[in-house]
Write a protein that binds this ligand. Sequence first.
Ligand code: GLN
Length: 471
Amino acid sequence: MELQTLTIVDARKMLDTGEVTAVELAEEYVAAAREMNTQLNAYLEIFEDVHEQAQKADEMIAAGNIFPMTGIPIAIKDNILIKGRVSSGASKILENYVATYDAYVIEKLKAEGAVFLGRTNMDEFAMGGSTENSAFGPTKNPHDIARIPGGSSGGSAAVVAAHMALASLGTDTGGSIRQPAALCGVVGFKPTYGAVSRFGTMAMGSSLDQIGPITKTVTDAELLFGTIRGHDSRDATSRPDAYFSESQQGKRIGVPRHFLKEGTDEDVLEAFNESLKKLEAHGYEIVDIELPNIQYALATYYIIMPAEVSTNLARYDGIRYGVHHDGETLLGDYMQTRGKGFGAEARRRILLGTFVLSSGYVDAYYRKATAVRNQLKKEFEKVFAGVDFIVTPTSPTPAFKIGEKVNDPVAMYAADIFTVPVNMTGVPALSVPMGTVVRDGSTLPIGIQFIAKHGADTALFAIGKDFEKMK
Ligand code: GLN
């Protein structure tokens, strides 16, 4: 089987016609995953029961009980709970934590008979942009193993790029699906906030987090999204299905040119401009737009997100979940457990978040940032009254070297410049490969980001599929 070019669409046909069984397909992927993983460290665990799962899928297919994901082998980011399996969030503090229930997206996938291959590596609790913050070692970029795969869903992007899974799920709080997808040369989709239930996913920044697909093609992302979306009363921010009604497909694209120059590599900008020309040649209209406060999105994200992180991580106290370290007193237990359990980036964000929420500083930082966020939402709404899409590069640079930015958190945060405004405003965005650039002799993929208005997720698939076909 040609795993290199296989898509969900192809696999579906082959499974349905009996050309291949789910067991055969799953076994090919497990073999590829085991072989490549020693080098890439993209999976934290490859499951032992893949064969049994695939057998069940084959039974469903034989009975004519077929859904888009029946028998499709996929990988799951390690912050999404699968009942009875370890779910660690790539943190030492949850190293031994076994999930007691399924996340909403897992329930949906199980109902369709999807085959879970394993859980993928990530930055601890999804905090990072390189997968170097994992407590279990970094993942390597399949295009150059001296480089990072992006993050925080670096494992989920690497397994798709290296054909160790047909598709995967990631989470995106500030770019963690789109940026690794771009840096690994695959497709990543961050749905509208509220399109996919967060039930059973480890919370990072609850007002920003969304689960979404990483795949080889836009059509595959659309299919997987179709399975995992839907209203869920257990997530209070879940939107009714009707909210996502088919939006009209327009062809007007806005480009915030004033914002693109800052820190973007010249050849990335060139490739981006070439992509705009292609879109224009295919009937899209390109106009300049102004988003006056977008340059503050990154700074305000790094106030709001840690504020939410500091409260969300408070639950890991050594008593409720996971690892426990004994101290002399109850407070000592907390301090021992959290001191040993959390990595440096988690601790940095807890400190930052606690600071911006503390009395005396909450007005100066957290409330100001919230006001800027609201302003940004208004600016996006205004722009979307005149255009159907906003387009930017996904990331200002290609994959950087492992270790290059670990001692400079601010430089690492700057990589999120184009992805963060999307989470701050809750809109959907899709990253699609837009060619390659060369660094030190390595050919490295880069991505283009299409952004649509709140609820217009389907419009993104339409433009994404169009763009994939453009030569
Ligand atoms: N890189 C960003 C951060 O470190 C985004 C993380 C994410 O989307 N989970 O916060």
